[in-house]
Design a protein around this ligand. Structure first.
Ligand code: NDP
Ligand code: 8X3
Length: 252
């Protein structure tokens, strides 16, 4: 029987690239995100191209009850999740701590930390039933270093790193692997979301150097997931060649 990967935030960027790559490798997929139209379109495309089974489950990871209901109502066969990619996440705003928006803070904390926890609890319990599984969390270089005005986003990604360590400690007895991937700059919809639709400002983030693309991170995740059963990669930091740290990027 084919393996199953559940990907959060599959409507764009890294999550969407993972959906393509895992489908290519023969995985059946549970695709989640808020934009159901995008999920349906992607599911159709991948089903046609790779002949894999796909379940679409649209929900907002911030809404605990919606997460529980949406996942628990999936038909039983989809509970045999082998790989959970906790990818849904975002940054909102880039302001100093004294000027930050309460709403932006709530959105980042609720999505990047609480949303990840809601999904993980349910899927970890499914994985426990078949005593195997792999949880891959999307952290960030922002969780390892604090950059000016990054404050709350950096804190949420720091929390993702900590929760990854905690999951490893708590879930090792159930045969569940846990990996945190910490990318540097990846050109996706991320900056457009951070700057609330300001495409010009978003584009400038990637000016003058070759950023990572979503496929680079999907391939890294595939590498991690495809190691032999007795091998786990705890953490991986992946950067564009031109980026040495959160703040040092060499631009032409
Ligand atoms: P994108 O903006 O392209 O994708 C983000 C995904 O998260 C979308 O599919 C979006 O789906 C989903 N998402 C956001 N909020 C919610 C929510 N409340 N409920 C459900 N899904 C949600 O960005 P990336 O692909 O770049 O980001 C993916 C992950 O990688 C994030 O966790 C990000 O923090 C992390 N990351 C990104 C880096 C970068 O430079 N791009 C670097 C390091 C880490 P929808 O809007 O349809 O709900
Ligand atoms: C996204 C990378 O440096 O913009 O997590 O925070 S950064």
């Amino acid at each position: 029987m084919s393996k199953i990967a559940l990907i959060t935030g599959a409507t764009s960027g890294i999550g969407e690239a993972c959906a393509h790559l895992f489908a290519r490798e023969g995985y059946n997929l549970v695709l989640t995100g808020r934009r159901e139209d995008r999920l349906e379109k992607l599911a159709k495309k991948l089903n046609t191209k790779f002949n894999v089974e796909i379940a679409v489950s649209a929900f907002d990871v911030r809404d605990r009850q919606q997460v529980i209901t949406s996942l628990e109502e999936l038909p039983a066969k989809w509970r045999k999740v082998n790989v959970l990619i906790n990818n849904a996440g975002l940054s909102q705003g880039l302001d100093p701590i004294d000027k930050g928006s309460y709403d932006d803070w709530d959105t980042m904390i609720d999505t990047n930390i609480k949303g990840l926890l809601y999904v993980s609890k349910i899927v970890a319990n499914w994985m426990k039933e078949h005593k195997t599984g792999h949880i891959v969390n999307l952290g960030s270089i922002a969780g390892k270093e604090v950059y000016p005005n990054g404050n709350v986003y950096c804190a949420t990604k720091s929390a993702v790193d900590t929760l990854g360590k905690a999951m490893r400690v708590d879930l090792v007895q159930h045969g569940i692997k846990v990996t945190t991937i910490d990318p540097g700059a990846v050109e996706t919809e991320f900056s457009e979301v951070r700057f609330k639709g300001d495409k010009e400002r978003a584009k400038k983030v990637y000016d003058g150097f070759d950023p990572l693309v979503a496929q680079d991170i999907a391939e890294t995740i595939w590498f991690v997931v495809s190691r032999p059963a007795h091998v786990n990669i705890n953490e991986l930091t992946v950067m564009p060649t031109a980026q040495a740290s959160a703040t040092i990027i060499v631009r032409k």
